[in-house]
Design a protein around this ligand. Structure first.
Ligand SMILES: Cc1cc2nc3c(=O)[nH]c(=O)nc-3n(C[C@H](O)[C@H](O)[C@H](O)COP(=O)(O)O)c2cc1C
Length: 177
């Protein structure tokens, strides 16, 4: 069975993007999904000086882990209209281990926020960067107004229209597996 690696670019213990990623993962039928908590792969802000001493071990571990995947589900929270500094730092470091660290494999990109646009700018930002890391974007989905459209207790989208849209994104993603 194929393996999907799922994670979100948040270092918050209450990340809403992690919740969306886990919900999307629960809809996958044709592969097993392993969730990575990116906080387990934390690294200092990229510095050429640190790199000269050595790439941080957690980043090496992350790149090895990612190589085990056949596809990826990536959630991208938004800070001031772009991906988070935490996410950017993680991918900058990862690219120093292996430039094309997503290996040309299929990616489902997700984002959410409390705002109506659901962190769509962050998703677009990450989508534009996928060419650097050889991520093949198969589908995207942004969930707007998270606190009105998602039940945090049950871990599910409650808005019927959004449920339909993410289900279609999952179909596209699974076709690419
Ligand atoms: C510094 C900062 C900037 C933010 N900028 C945006 C933004 O541009 N657009 C947006 O929709 N939400 C923005 N937010 C709100 C985040 O979407 C919200 O904190 C969300 O919970 C982050 O995702 P996470 O919980 O998965 O970490 C911002 C939050 C912070 C702390």
């Amino acid at each position: 069975m194929k393996k999907i690696i799922a994670f979100a670019g948040s270092n918050s213990s209450t990340s809403i993007n992690v919740q969306l990623v886990k919900y999307a993962s629960s809809l996958i039928e044709q592969a097993e999904v392993e969730f990575l908590d990116l906080r387990d792969y934390d690294a200092p802000i990229y510095s050429a000086d640190i790199e000269k001493v050595g790439i941080p071990q957690p980043i090496k571990n992350l790149v090895s882990k990612l190589a085990e995947g056949d596809a990826y589900i990536i959630g991208s929270p938004e800070h001031n209209g772009s991906l988070t500094a935490f996410m950017k730092n993680t991918i900058d470091w990862a690219s120093r281990v292996e430039a094309k660290f997503l290996g040309g494999k299929p990616v489902l990109l997700l984002s959410t926020s409390g705002g109506k646009r659901g962190a769509a700018s962050s998703l677009e930002d990450l989508n534009n960067k996928m060419k650097y890391f050889a991520g093949e974007v198969a589908a995207t989905f942004s969930l707007g107004s998270f606190y009105d459209t998602f039940d945090k207790e049950k871990g599910v989208i409650t808005n019927e229209e959004e449920k339909q849209i993410i289900a279609e994104a999952i179909v596209q993603f699974e076709k690419a597996l």
